[in-house]
Design a protein around this ligand. Structure first.
Ligand code: ATP
Ligand code: MG
Length: 262
């Protein structure tokens, strides 16, 4: 009999990150499986964004290991990790302000195409790969951005900028999508649309890692939860079980959206 082994799309083992003299992320274990949403929660300053920076390659791990799609990427550059299928958004929304919505998305798609060309030098291009304009068009359509395609990003509402940033990440056609507080600044209706989008993306096989303070949203979308405090994992496991623990919820210090009260 052969046992089937599920390899998480992204995993961290005993990862630590030091900034100056302080150990900001301390021996963290984390698994982010494909087709599911994993929430990373914890109070302000817990180290969530720092862990994101480390997983995406922007900050080095002092110790521990990171695997992406089965490969050890602990010492890989952000570009190498991007090539293997990781994409992220930032807590402080990061778009190119003077570029239009369409141009912002094209940056993501062209980045992907450039990485593919590099890969093609070694392996040959896959004929069935969609090209940049098709990808940009389909992502704009999916996110409801077609009507804003020629608008400059700098004039957009925060919620739309967040969508543009998610769109740019999706245009790289990632396997792992890391979102740092994507619901911040969104009203209830926008949060509802974000929730639907996340569930749809996960159902298509994407591995999603979500930093979020809104525990209502977390409870609605995330199968798994990892709670950090002072850089350490306080608890990890099934989110439904962990969110039912009042002591843990109060330590996490999250908010509940108004939707929960309705
Ligand atoms: N460059 C830096 N040098 C030293 N300490 C830093 C640096 N950047 C962040 N920190 C500290 O690291 C800790 C973790 O910060 P981080 O931004 O990762 O937390 P977070 O969990 O994302 O918080 P929040 O929920 O507020 O976004 C904080 O105490 C912060 O002050
Ligand atoms: Mg943060």
């Amino acid at each position: 009999m052969t046992a089937s082994i599920v390899v998480p799309a992204l995993s961290a083992r005993s990862v630590s990150v030091r900034l100056g003299d302080a150990l900001i992320v301390d021996s963290v274990d984390l698994d982010v499986p494909s087709g599911q949403i994993t929430a990373l929660v914890g109070p302000n300053g817990a180290g969530k964004s720092t862990l994101f920076d480390c997983l995406s390659g922007a900050l080095p791990a002092e110790s521990g290991s990171i695997r992406l799609d089965g490969r050890d990427v602990t010492r890989s550059s952000p570009d190498q990790r991007s090539r293997l299928g990781i994409a992220r958004t930032f807590q402080h929304v990061s778009v190119f302000p003077t570029l239009t919505v369409e141009e912002n998305l094209r940056v993501g798609a062209e980045h992907r195409e450039n990485l593919q060309l590099l890969r093609a030098l070694f392996r040959g291009r896959r004929a069935d790969e969609p090209r940049t304009p098709e990808i940009v068009e389909s992502v704009m359509q999916r996110l409801g951005l077609l009507g804003l395609r020629h608008e400059r990003a700098q004039g957009l509402e925060t919620s739309t900028m967040r969508l543009v940033e998610i769109g740019r990440a999706l245009c790289t056609r990632p396997k792992v999508l890391m979102l740092d507080e994507p619901a911040s600044g969104l009203d209830d209706a926008e949060s509802d649309r974000l929730r639907a989008l996340l569930l749809e993306l996960a159902s298509e096989g994407l591995a999603i890692l979500l930093v979020e303070h809104d525990l209502t949203l977390v409870g609605e979308v995330a199968q798994h939860l990892c709670a950090l405090d002072h850089g350490q994992v306080l608890a990890s496991g099934r989110s439904a079980e962990l969110l039912a623990l009042p002591d843990l919820v109060s330590l996490i210090g999250g908010t509940r959206s108004r939707r929960a009260a309705r």
